[in-house]
Design a binder for this molecule. Sequence first.
Ligand code: ZN
Length: 337
Amino acid sequence: MKQRIIQRLLEYYLETPAFRGEMLRALSQFFNRPKLSAGDRLEIEDKDEGIFNEWLVFDFRLKNKKTLMEDFCQRNPCKLSDTELQAYYDLQENEYGLFEILEVESGKGLKVKSPKTGKEYEVKEFRGTLQAEVGGLLIARVGKVGGHFEFVGGDCYKLPVESKDFYLGKLASKRELNPKVVRDIFRKLEEIKKADFESLKGKLLDEGKCICDLCGKKGKMGALTYDKKTGEPIVICYKCDLKIKAQREGVTINEAEKRRKRMFEVSNLFRDVKIEEYLDHKNKKELDSIEEANRVLKRIIDAWNRLSIKERRDFDAMDNEELLRIYKNIPVDFSDL
Ligand SMILES: [Zn+2]
């Protein structure tokens, strides 16, 4: 239903000769090609068409300063009936950006919250619920369709859970987020990570120590995170990290330290069990080289990261015997190592 609605609007602007110049301007803006002229070739990846169309409909501004959606509603160039046009007015109520998943009702929908605006939405969604997990992050556009909300954009990115802080920092700090901004960030990811690493030099010291960005003191390294306002990487010492954790979870610093230790024990146990499994599988007593160790560890970490946030959090409350039973059933693929 919503696909046909957006398609009709797109066809109007893409096929009306009076908008040819504006559409060329849109392409040159989106693909960062300042001097684009009709007939020039663009390097387009698979997903680009959907992302461009979404940006064109909701974010690009015509010379009259309106988005296509606004212009289409106000002029009604296709002479739609009031009921038909209402669907376009509804879609003007939309938000694009980062969303944290608060609840998942499998096969029915998600409850998401925008960290930027604080707004919560109940989104009707079928397919997306099958992979979604509470606490995970999405980049999507939530829009009104009839009396409810749906994901109405060209693409819906699910972000890797282990890089949550990175994406929260990099995306939430942007004044305006739209599909073009996000596409540009994803294309520059390696450069961004390199620049972050450069800016951390001098703050990361030998023997697992750091100069803390919060208290300014030299101490044991606690965490690496990102400033939500600027997107800059921040190093936090162990003491400050514990203080933050205690505050966030509403517990004493002692309790926070206990929980932190347990979290590491639980993941280290997984690592140790899986290394044993690998050695058994290879019929040997130890890893032969650092290279081999790295290859094996990478497979183990990948398997660990594929577990949901909730699964991993639940592990912290279990005893080791129970964990060993569960870990046995979590496969790590060592077949071609
Ligand atoms: Zn500190």
